[in-house]
Ligand binder design. Structure first.
Ligand code: NAD
Length: 314
């Protein structure tokens, strides 16, 4: 890879990472990319990025490297490969990996002169494409300052929640525990509403003008469930990780959880039914199949190819 220290590195070009990397390219920055999936790298190269040979190559040449990876294990593996360093000064961890993994990344990189900026994101692939993500950041002020330009290229709103890396992960896990419980509550209750005779359009309008509204009823339902398009973006299986990390955090803090374990159990059933790679919005499908009722708009029901109850591959 040709490059210089002004080139931003980006590792992990999936649903979220590719969209964030595109924002960085659009901001006029040089971008070096890496992913285990060659096709994902080739798409970014076609858009103007340079392919790095791997994490070691990137650490040799880029002073700032963003990570957007699917698991704590993947983040640890990539950071271990970047320890030899070179130009690398800041790793911006946008993945949701939990505070304990962030402490491990700090421990593995600190002695190599590399700082970690804990920077998980919320807003989904659509928010990432639009540059409207909520970015929760924790880390030293000078580390944030070093990465502020590229962070602003991907963030709609940026919240510096503390100087200790790991605190932003706590913020993100709290957000996701609320988001997941709200999604499950909305799925369960609206399936019942439709089964009991309500029109789905009217039901959602009433909820969204009332006290039951949440991010699921306001955004995910109208976009991807009522329409039957199931294209919200992002694999539903990732939430199993986030809920498990939230429960681990509660356990280590000595705080008793009531709702998160129930949400996790419901999410596990959804993943068992639709598969971990199914769209996030498909978590409702197993409840619909169970009840024999679909939460669809009148227009979606009238369409000749409207979806039917059942697994997506059926
Ligand atoms: P994804 O599965 O779509 O993408 C992950 C990418 O990482 C894939 O392209 C994969 O090939 C690559 N990868 C895996 N291991 C690798 C390795 N060792 N080296 C290089 N590349 C590797 O996941 P996503 O939806 O983009 O999510 C990424 C992170 O962002 C996760 O931590 C997730 O929790 C978080 N997040 C996701 C969403 C969402 O809506 N999808 C929203 C906010 C935060």
């Amino acid at each position: 890879m040709d490059g210089d220290q002004d080139t931003i590195g980006f590792i992990g070009l999936g649903h979220m990472g590719a969209a964030m990397a595109e924002r960085l390219l659009a901001s006029g920055r040089g971008l070096a990319v890496h992913d285990l999936d060659r096709a994902a790298v080739e798409r970014m190269v076609a858009a103007g990025a340079k392919a790095a040979a791997g994490p070691e190559d990137m650490a040799r040449r880029c002073s700032i490297v963003f990570l957007c990876l699917p698991s704590p294990e993947a983040s640890r593996a990539v950071c271990a490969q970047m320890q030899a360093g070179g130009a690398l000064r800041v790793v911006v961890e946008t993945s949701t990996v939990g505070p304990e993994s962030i402490r491990q990344l700090v421990a593995s990189l600190d002695s190599h002169g590399v700082s970690v900026l804990d920077a998980p994101v919320s807003g989904g692939p659509r928010g990432a494409r639009a540059g409207t993500l909520s970015v929760m950041v924790s880390g030293a002020a000078e580390t944030l300052q070093a990465a502020i330009g590229p962070l602003q290229a991907i963030a709609g709103k940026l919240f510096h929640v503390g100087s200790e890396p790991g605190l932003a992960q706590v913020c993100k896990l709290v957000n996701n525990a609320i988001s997941a419980a709200g999604m499950m509550a909305a799925c369960e209750a609206t399936v019942l509403g439709v089964k009991a005779g309500l029109d789905a359009d009217v039901l959602l309008d009433a909820i969204n003008a009332g006290s039951g509204r949440n991010a699921a009823t306001m955004d995910k339902f109208p976009r991807s469930i009522l329409t039957g398009s199931f294209d919200y973006g992002g694999p539903m299986g990732l939430m199993l990780k986030d809920l498990s990390l939230f429960i681990d955090l509660a356990t280590s803090a000595g705080v008793h959880n009531r709702l998160a374990p129930a949400t996790l159990a419901a999410w596990q059933q959804a993943v068992a039914y639709s598969g971990p790679e199914a769209d996030y919005s498909e978590v409702i499908r197993y409840m619909e199949a169970d009840a024999g009722a679909e939460v669809r708009a009148r227009a979606a029901n009238a369409a000749p190819n409207s979806t039917t109850t059942g697994k997506p591959d059926e």
